[in-house]
Design a protein around this ligand. Structure first.
Ligand code: ADP
Ligand code: TMP
Length: 238
């Protein structure tokens, strides 16, 4: 059994702790939810538990399909053990259907299929509101090398193939999502989380929203919708 030691980072939705293994972190999924760069905050019963199980299932599915992730194992209802990485300060976003900031920024109609899918980098910096950046910024400011950029893009698109298929067979559309990567023993591996907090998931027939947009848009039943997606994906929950 792993020992949870000092808190090293408290983010908007998760808290990371050191453990007695210097290469591993204890990652606690909290019930906190935030939107619009933390201007809108709430605490939603059961969200931490559902996201922990959701994330574990997706990370294990990706591992089974050959994508290396930081996930080691669940260590409780709301926590998992992960490899400790040196994170890139980047967010990799893929969009299969138009929504969110893409529509606002470029005046694109909502819910349009994007072929090929759009890839965007954002700079992970809360003070600046996570601005959209390009590869030139990343190289000039040394956030990652050209080779690392290429690898992160390839991995993000590989995840898209795997997860779009998984969602589709369960009558769900993966409209868009955000991934984060880090370095572990010289390799780039998938980190952070994959949960309805960081992606857009719609019913394939009705386009009903089942992700954090329910919170952003005050649609209600936020956690119930996360749970509905989990059940459709046959994720075991308490
Ligand atoms: P935020 O920092 O955006 O508020 P969270 O509440 O999700 O987000 O906090 C989790 C933090 O831990 C994020 O900053 C994320 O980049 C970082 N992180 C995720 N996975 C790892 C990992 N395997 N090793 C080190 N840091 C990680
Ligand atoms: P956006 O439309 O707000 O740019 O977001 C695109 C997708 O990426 C959406 O599913 C939410 C996710 N995302 C995050 O979870 N965190 C972020 O900081 C960003 C920029 C996007």
């Amino acid at each position: 059994m792993v020992a949870k030691l000092k808190e090293i980072y408290r983010g908007k939705a998760k808290t990371m702790y050191e453990t007695d293994n210097p290469k591993a972190l204890y990652c606690e999924f909290r019930n906190d939810i935030s939107a619009f760069n933390a201007e809108k905050l709430a605490n939603l019963d059961r969200k931490g538990l559902i996201n922990n199980h959701f994330n574990a299932f997706i990370m294990q599915h990706l591992e089974n399909e050959g994508v290396e992730t930081h996930f080691i194992e669940k260590v409780g209802e709301t926590a998992s053990l992960v490899k400790k990485l040196k994170m890139f300060p980047l967010e990799c976003v893929v969009r299969n259907l138009s929504a969110g900031s893409l529509c606002k920024r470029l005046g694109i109609e909502k819910n349009q299929p994007l072929n090929p899918p759009v890839f965007e980098f954002f700079y992970k910096n809360d003070k600046l509101g996570d601005p959209l950046i390009n590869e030139s910024h990343i190289i000039t400011f040394k956030w990652a090398t050209a080779e690392e950029i290429a690898q992160m893009k390839a991995l993000t698109f590989r995840v898209n193939e795997i997860l779009s298929k998984l969602f589709k067979v369960n009558d769900l559309l993966l409209a868009d999502y955000k991934l984060e990567f880090g370095l572990f023993e010289g390799r780039i591996i998938l980190a952070d989380e994959f949960t309805p907090d960081g992606c857009r998931i719609w019913d394939a027939k009705t386009l009903e929203i089942f992700d954090k947009d329910r919170f952003r848009q005050d649609l209600g039943n936020v956690v119930e919708s996360y749970e509905l997606v989990a059940r459709r994906l046959q994720i075991p929950l308490k």
